[in-house]
Design a protein around this ligand. Sequence first.
Ligand code: GLC
Ligand code: CA
Length: 557
Amino acid sequence: MKKQWWHNKIAYEIYPKSFLDTNGDGIGDIKGITSKLDYLKELGADIVWICPIYASPMVDQGYDISDYYAINPCFGTMEDFDELLAEAKKRDMHILMDLVVNHCSDQHEWFKKAMQDPDGKYGKYFYIMDGKDGNPPNNWRAEFGGSCWDKVPGYDNKFYFHTFAKEQPDLNWENKEVREEIYKMVNWWLDKGISGFRIDAIINVKKDLTWASLPPDSADGTVSVFETNKRAHGIGEFLGELRDRCFIPHNAFTVGEVFNSTPEQLEEFIGENGFFSTMFEFEHCLTTYAGAHWCDNVPFDFKKWRDVVLNNQVFVNDLAFEANIIENHDQTRGVSYFIPEEDYSYESVTALAALMLMLKGIPFLYQGQEIGMRNCRFDSADRYEDISTLEQYKQALAKGHSVDAAMKVCCQYSRDNARTPMQWNGTENAGFTTGTPWFYMNPNYKEINVEKDRASEKSVFNFYKKLIALRKTPEYEDVFVEGNTKPVFTEEDHIFAYERVSKDGQKKVLVISNYQNSAYDLKLKSSFDEILLNNYHGLEVTNGVVSLKPYQTVVLK
Ligand code: GLC
Ligand code: CA
């Protein structure tokens, strides 16, 4: 694999609405991001991905864009954005925008014109089709519930297509004019000086053009639209064009949100000359998911998770450089997902951090992860803002679960867990805003906040800092950045361990985590020279046996 400038970098995702409010309207803003660049730099972040800040009615929190060339006034102005870019450049930091081009908003002028004249030029920007006697053309179910088809106003049997909410109509990539509009816009942003994009829902842009109904996966006779994407062929033509027309000429860094990809696709997508620089590894975040509904999910299983992570590392070793996460704005908090609640501690949270950051690939941290922010328990469903949570709640009730059980599922899986405002300090509203926050604060902010964590030596924040610094040590670049991953001790029930080995095999680092709340003795297979990182003081070793404390995690040379 050719060396790339971003291989040794650390990326950080910002959910702008909940990051930092500077004008007291209760909504995080661009100026808030700019004012925290030094903080991010101190942590060790180099690349900052900002979730959508374009003009939007915010039905899906900005993933419904009504004007790709404008900044949503709730986040500030284009001048604010230009200032952010300039300030980032000064600090040798890179800004990534979110590229949402599978769909736009129903308030985009293209869609408004399409609805006025479905057979005209803009009608062809979308997928508009005749139904069957007033019913949708097929049984595909949208990601946020209901049919993928909604009626064109004023017509009895004409429908438009949407993968997500009905306010997010899908753009017709089969239409060359649409693709040209997209490339123009992508190049406009790249010319402005951003370093690249995180690319939203990109696997969805190619549809199964037979539009055939499929065997249902739900009692109501519908099938998830994601199932139908698996039958779509030829996405490469679109993505190759996007790469050649936009990304290559700008030497852009791109990270794809790609679900459902097959092993063969991995090479095509992010191998040498792939469509994107990298893409997120999601499989390990989804080991508890068991179908379309959260209420069907299964309990978290440590070994299943560990094996998915390690098998994937082995699979990508010589093939690609993936993007690793433990959480993002669509997942619950990593701490709450990967650690049993009764085990929450400095040691368990830092164990998770080390396991993720020492993997091969580029780490993407999500705001608040660096202080171990946790899920937020809401006491009633109407407190949720996220459309997908409200739909899942409804589905759980429809499937016969009690209100309590449905709430429990939402507490566990809601995307809103990750969307509560950032906890900066212990003062009112955690220093996020001087006004009324747009969303609930996690009440634990007096315990868990940046100011407190940064001041204490033994803190999650300071551990992340050390971890990132270690990863970036030039002396270990051939191991942590370029080296491959070799799973070890996989026969153990509670040990998560792997070696990182330089390409020439000369340098080896061993990461071992005793991922449980009790002590454990582990016989090492070889000796070590040095402890590079440890979430405890000291490590007991007797005759090659290490006595690991609960969640003790070490990086050994
Ligand atoms: C992606 C985004 C998610 C959004 C969806 C529709 O999965 O990450 O937040 O709801 O696409 O745009
Ligand atoms: Ca604001």
